[in-house]
Design a protein around this ligand. Structure first.
Ligand SMILES: [Fe+2]
Length: 263
């Protein structure tokens, strides 16, 4: 196997709140305490990742002060962190507070180039009834402009919402990107280079491969949900294990290691 080109930690759905007790319910610890435990785990990793990808829902209520708490907790991560905006986020506040950006951009999409690997972060908060997502046409046009199928570099995509249907009404009809199939069509010309679409939002580990494209989610760093085939409502895991994924991209392949941690 060839050497790793890129290794990153995929985290998601921290739901940090100004209320330090937010999220305590039925054996699930507070969201802030779990986010702090996640940061402790990242600080003691026995290797140095190239970066951390946070696929959104950094906070619970989209008020600027929540991002101050997020900055206090996630600012302790000793690696670069790339953020994706989720449906619980305010992309404007996220950029102002976490990135120190005076003029936030909308939609919040950008390109990451590290170690000869191209990454693109999409903003799936287009018009849709929350918690559903949508990728506005401008996003899809930007993706086509930014990613050339003939570019020899491996490519990854970060997005908040789930893109493809998996046979659970809760995930497919209540949570999903309304035009996920359009994104898949837009990604098809890139599949020779595309090493994975990394997302959050669903608070569980899911993997789908369609037309040779890998879509894989990180569990929430707070509460974990379950969705069996046919599930139509939000169900919490009774014995939740918050977690994160470690993603490695080599010249030939992608692999994902899934880890859980205790608070
Ligand atoms: Fe979400």
């Amino acid at each position: 196997m060839s050497e790793a080109l890129l290794t990153f930690v995929h985290i998601s759905d921290t739901h940090i709140s100004p209320d330090s007790d937010y999220g305590v319910q039925g054996g699930v610890p507070a969201a802030n305490a779990t986010a702090e435990a996640l940061v402790r785990e990242l600080r003691r990793l026995p290797f140095e990742p190239d970066f951390v990808l946070h696929t959104g829902d950094v906070i619970y209520d989209p008020v600027p002060e929540a991002y101050e708490y997020a900055r206090a907790i996630l600012g302790q991560i000793p690696f670069p962190v790339y953020y994706v905006a989720g449906n619980h986020d305010d992309a404007d506040g996220l950029q102002r507070v976490l990135l120190g950006r005076a003029e936030p951009q909308a939609p919040f999409c950008y390109e990451v180039n590290r170690n000869g690997v191209q990454g693109v972060v999409l903003d799936s908060n287009g018009p849709a009834e929350p918690p559903r997502g949508n990728l506005v046409r401008e996003q899809l046009a930007w993706l086509a402009q930014t990613c050339d199928p003939a570019d020899p570099r491996p490519l990854w995509v970060g997005v908040h919402h789930n893109i493809l249907a998996v046979g659970s009404a809760w995930l497919d009809e209540y949570m999903r990107t309304t035009n996920g199939d359009e994104l898949h069509q837009a990604l098809l010309p890139l599949r020779g280079r595309l090493r994975g679409v990394f997302y959050g939002h669903v608070h569980q580990s899911l993997t789908t491969v369609r037309d040779g494209i890998l879509y894989t989610s990180a569990p929430s760093a707070w509460v974990v949900f379950r969705a069996w085939p046919g599930s139509s409502e939000t169900v919490r895991e009774p014995f939740p294990e918050p977690g994160f994924n470690v993603v490695t991209i080599t010249a030939e392949q992608t692999f994902v290691r899934r880890w859980s941690f205790r608070v």
